[in-house]
Design a protein. Structure first.
Length: 339
């Protein structure tokens, strides 16, 4: 009997030694200590022993059972630790590995220049006015003193939604929209997209951007126009830049002018940038025509004002030395990444 018990202990410890995972361990526990296990079977045989033998063998059996149990516990702890180590190994983070590059977007060059221009005017006390790109003929032309058969319409051919609704050709219509709603003093800029039925080439696009400006108050004169625009140009191009006003015609201003600046590339000597002229045309401007004021219910005998219109693309092309307008709209990242 004693040999038999020792035999069970030996084979149990051997099996436990080899158990590679929790399942194997549980199988071993059932095989040796389970209800139908070898130890239980051996214990049943105790009946056949004499009363003298029984206590010693009983004690031995208890000792062996405890011995096997403690081995199972020990092995369990060992396996659990191994499992934990494997997990840690699998989840290890190599902090020396190079990071993954995050591609961060940037502002479009036109947006950058637009923000710059807005900031400059906001700094001078202007507010920003926003209006529709799909516009009534009345605001785009009629109220601006450009009646149906006016030749100025030829240079601003556009896309018609109906006979009376167009894609706006200029932001100047915002002058009228603002004056209808707001009583002087008025000091606004109206930036936005405009449309013309032009074929695409290096300097033409059917969609481009303008920034309209309008100031109306009592006693506003041409001197205010000159001072404001000169200040704007100096902020944008530097104090050394010279400004000249050249007489021009716009139906909605009288008198009207175009503003040129001394070439920012050659300083006025003449170069390919300014086509040898020394000057670069930047914007149109003038004193708001009395008829336009009257169209908006503002008494031209009491109030006067000035207006101007800036082409955003032209300014951005000059600033970034870009010679083809199409680059702004093609959304080629190789181009856009450079700003
Ligand atoms: N809207 C004109 C254009 O597209 C630009 C312009 C000229 C706007 C004179 C003005 C202005 O407000 O006074 O050619």
């Amino acid at each position: 009997m004693k040999e038999k018990l020792e035999e069970i202990r030996k084979s149990a410890l051997e099996v436990l030694e080899k158990a590679a995972d929790m399942n194997a361990l549980e199988e071993a526990r059932i095989k040796f200590l389970g209800k139908k296990g070898e130890m239980t079977a051996a214990m049943k045989e105790m009946r056949n022993l004499s009363a003298e033998e029984r206590p010693a063998i009983g004690a031995l059996a208890n000792e062996i059972r405890a011995n096997i149990e403690s081995h199972i516990e020990g092995k369990k702890a060992e396996l659990a630790q191994k499992l934990e180590e494997m997990k840690l190994k699998a989840e290890v983070i190599d902090v020396t590995m190079p990071g993954r590059k995050q591609n961060i977007g940037k502002l479009h060059p036109l947006t950058k220049v637009m923000n710059n221009i807005k900031d400059t005017f906001i700094g001078m006390g202007f507010e920003i006015a926003d209006g529709p790109e799909v516009e009534l003929d009345y605001y785009n032309f009629e109220a601006l003193n450009i009646p149906k058969n006016h030749p100025a319409r030829d240079t601003q051919d556009t896309f018609y939604v109906t006979d009376n609704i167009v894609l706006r050709t200029q932001t100047s219509g915002m002058q009228v929209r603002v004056m209808e709603k707001q009583k002087p003093p008025i000091r606004i800029i109206a930036p936005g997209k405009v449309y013309r039925s032009d074929a695409v080439d290096a300097t033409h696009s059917p969609v481009f951007h303008q920034i309209e400006g309008l100031v109306v108050d009592k006693g506003v004169t041409m001197a205010d126009l000159k001072g404001t625009l000169e200040m704007f140009i100096h902020r944008l191009y530097g104090d050394e830049t010279k400004v000249r006003f050249r007489p021009h015609h716009f139906p909605f201003t009288e008198p009207s002018a175009e503003l040129d600046i001394s070439c920012f590339r050659c300083g006025g000597k003449g170069c390919p940038m300014c086509k040898g002229e020394g000057w670069i045309e930047i914007l149109g401007c003038g004193m708001v025509h009395p008829k336009v004021l009257a169209n908006c219910g503002i008494d031209p005998e009491v109030y006067s004002g000035f207006a101007f219109g800036i082409g955003l693309e032209r300014i951005a092309m000059g600033r970034y030395d870009i010679n083809d307008l199409r680059l702004f709209f093609e959304n080629d990242l190789r181009f856009l990444d450079q700003f």
